[in-house]
Design a protein around this ligand. Sequence first.
Ligand code: GAR
Length: 222
Amino acid sequence: MKKKLAVLISGSGTNLQSIIENVNSGFISNAEIAVVMSNNKDAYGLKRALNYKINTEVLEHSNFSSREAFEDELIRILNNYNIDFVVLAGFMRILTKNFISAFKNKIINIHPALLPSFQGEDAQVQAFKYGVKFAGCTVHFVDEGVDTGAIIVQAVVPVLQKDTEETLKKRILNQEHKILPYAIKLLTEDKLFLDGRKVLLLNQETDDMKDIFMINPYSDLS
Ligand code: GAR
């Protein structure tokens, strides 16, 4: 049985688009998107889902008196779809223990920074302003903290001297579109194991990677 995904979005949904394309191409072969849910009725990602005839739900938090009431309704909706995993793909709402305990170790999030650096909002801008030489993105399990859960996959990109916030965001986003489907593939094929904070990958080959490094500004130091 294919695993059922709920993808939660708040905006443009380019990560959602990438998930859809990777399901359709068969790269993600053991999962289907059962529902796309947005807390913002104007999210462009909802249109993307409709283009592929994927079920959508809108749940606006402003209609609820508390975070818990919003989440109780969200849990009810997701249970109606028999969801196995929840993917936060640009979902700009902090989830409380209430929701997280209902889907323990079954929620993943894409964050546009190399965690644990630059948690919270506008992570790419935080990294750009800090002056780091490498930036990147992280897919992690969601726990009760903000961007603190166990790390599944990360991708690293260089920050170039000529970069603007926009060019850096774009470079990071291109990698988000690769690592989020990859993490979903591993998760839904039951290849991931939690060992405390560490996420282990079944049958991982590490030999090919052991001498890989990058230096920025570029140098061929060896
Ligand atoms: C992505 O860059 C994602 O990493 C970020 O929002 C953007 C959504 O883009 N998420 C966060 O900052 C969560 N803290 P998208 O709607 O085009 O996928």
